[in-house]
Design a protein around this ligand. Structure first.
Ligand code: TRP
Ligand code: SF4
Length: 336
């Protein structure tokens, strides 16, 4: 019997290289060995984007196509849409009794997100909704509705998993040993730096290369990437370790890395040339992904069918799991 993996992502924008190297590559390795449920977390996306439902809806399809184009295999992975499994919402309600408000406020991931919101909107916390504060509870339901045993996540998500385990323990201690405590698998490159040298690539930071970026966009972004500021003239020797162009050569142009490094250090390589070379390598790297994506863009019914099949499969699991939960909680009434 294969163990069950459950992971998810919020459909709020297209995937970038950070997602690919941070999570996607990891998922592709795991998809052979596990029963793999991949949740497109539209309900969670709505906690931040409830006033923009069109954005969330559109990105459900966008993200699914992005994932398919990088090689997440729908024959092996059950792609499903969170909102279409009502058991998740039901479980969330029951779990919300098992966690205190102050515990949620102390959750480091939630805390960081609240701090960020305060900075962005200058509010004093009054704009924090009940739904947002409670999303870790809902995420615990995401995992346990399918009996998820292993959850591959980046380190920023670890407090959410810890919160899930606490809820599981509390549930089991009150209602009986029904739920499993999930373990994590850390994504091995959980961070990819941005074009600007920021530690993290992110949509909101404006420093990301998206899988859907066109050749022109790639050219523009790489031409503006941060290089060694000490290098003024074309033949100045420089330090590749402080250069984002070199950093990306290392991701997509490994075969020429030694040349790039030594030529940069001895001053025989100009930055414009070096960027041009990276642009070519990046396009070569992205071309097979673009081609696969084009196929799915031209076959929207195939994409819908993948979501439909995955959601139906996930629904079966959730139905079984919920029966056990209702029985344990003594809310299985024989009245129908
Ligand atoms: N919170 C995750 C993120 O922002 C997405 C997510 C939703 C998730 N449900 C999940 C991750 C369940 C792991 C397990 O990336
Ligand atoms: Fe960076 Fe290349 Fe310029 Fe060196 S030559 S500083 S690696 S862009």
């Amino acid at each position: 019997m294969k163990k069950t993996i459950l992971t998810g992502l919020r459909p709020t924008g297209n995937l970038h290289l950070g997602h690919l190297f941070g999570a996607g590559e990891n998922w592709k390795r795991l998809q052979d060995d596990y029963e793999f449920f991949l949740e497109i977390a539209d309900v969670q996306a709505l906690t931040d984007n409830f006033n923009d439902p069109e954005k969330v809806r559109k990105n459900v399809y966008e993200i699914t196509m992005d994932l398919l184009s990088i090689g997440v295999d729908p024959e092996k992975v059950h792609f499903f849409i969170q909102s279409q499994i009502p058991e998740i919402a039901e479980l969330t309600v029951f779990y919300s009794n098992l966690v205190t408000v102050s515990r949620l406020e102390r959750n480091p991931t939630v805390k960081a997100e609240i701090a960020q919101k305060k900075e962005l909107f200058g509010t004093n916390g009054e704009s924090i909704t009940y739904g947002f504060l409670g999303y870790p509870v809902s995420q615990a339901a995401d995992i346990t509705a399918f009996n998820g045993e292993v959850v591959p996540v980046g380190d920023d998500q670890l407090p959410l998993l810890e919160q899930c385990r606490e809820i599981v323990r509390k549930f089991n201690s009150i209602y009986g040993e029904i739920l499993k405590e999930p373990e994590q698998i850390l994504s091995n490159t959980s961070r990819v730096k941005g074009l600007d040298g920021n530690e993290k690539m992110g949509k909101s930071l404006g420093n990301a290369i998206f899988l859907v970026d066109s050749e022109e966009t790639i050219t523009e972004k790489i031409m503006n990437a941060v290089t060694d500021p000490q290098k003024i003239k074309k033949d100045d020797p420089a330090n590749p370790d402080v250069c984002m162009v070199y950093y990306y050569h290392n991701l997509v142009n490994k075969k020429n890395l030694n040349t790039v490094c030594s030529e940069c250090k001895n001053g025989s390589r100009g930055c414009v040339f070096c960027k041009r070379e990276l642009i070519a390598a990046m396009n070569e790297f992205l071309n097979p992904i673009r081609e696969k994506r084009k196929y799915y863009e031209e076959h929207p019914d195939t994409v819908k069918q993948i979501l439909k099949d995955g959601t139906a499969f996930a629904q079966k699991r959730a139905t079984e799991q919920m029966e056990k939960v209702r029985e344990a909680m003594k809310i299985n009434y024989d009245i129908d």
